[in-house]
Design a protein. Structure first.
Length: 133
């Protein structure tokens, strides 16, 4: 389950309604009632946290967000580098420390655990002051 404190307007999540899962964008978070308004391709609806799932951060997810894989970038530590403008994500194999490295201009963040798409969106916003869509 996703913590309500991790969710912000603009984040991408998967909704579960009657067993049907759809990706959607958060429009509003109601911290008091612990509900989230999500727009999918079909409608807008308020969801309980039990009906929201995170989007796993994978290469396919990054490519869908218009990152491109930089095949020319080499690092002594290895890993795959994905770039979108001045922002980059380096993904390492399981067991490597750090597991993810986020970089924007002069700021770098090393993450030792897998993150979800909405967590990446929050890091991106914190580093760039723009929302990642």
């Amino acid at each position: 389950m996703i913590s309500i404190h991790e969710l912000k307007s603009g984040d991408t999540v998967i909704t579960n309604y009657g067993g049907m899962e759809k990706e959607g964008k958060i429009l509003q978070v109601d911290h008091e009632d612990k509900k989230v308004l999500v727009a999918t391709d079909e409608n807008e609806y308020w969801y309980d946290l039990d009906n929201l799932l995170p989007v796993h951060l994978t290469e396919a997810t990054l490519l869908k967000l218009q990152f491109h894989k930089d095949e020319t970038a080499s690092s002594p530590a290895g890993g795959s580098l994905y770039v979108r403008g001045p922002f980059s994500v380096r993904m390492f194999e399981d067991g490597h420390k750090p597991l993810l490295q986020l970089h924007y201009r002069d700021e770098s963040r090393n993450l030792n655990a897998p993150i979800t798409l909405n967590e990446l969106q929050n890091h991106y916003y914190g580093m760039t002051n723009f929302h990642l869509e």
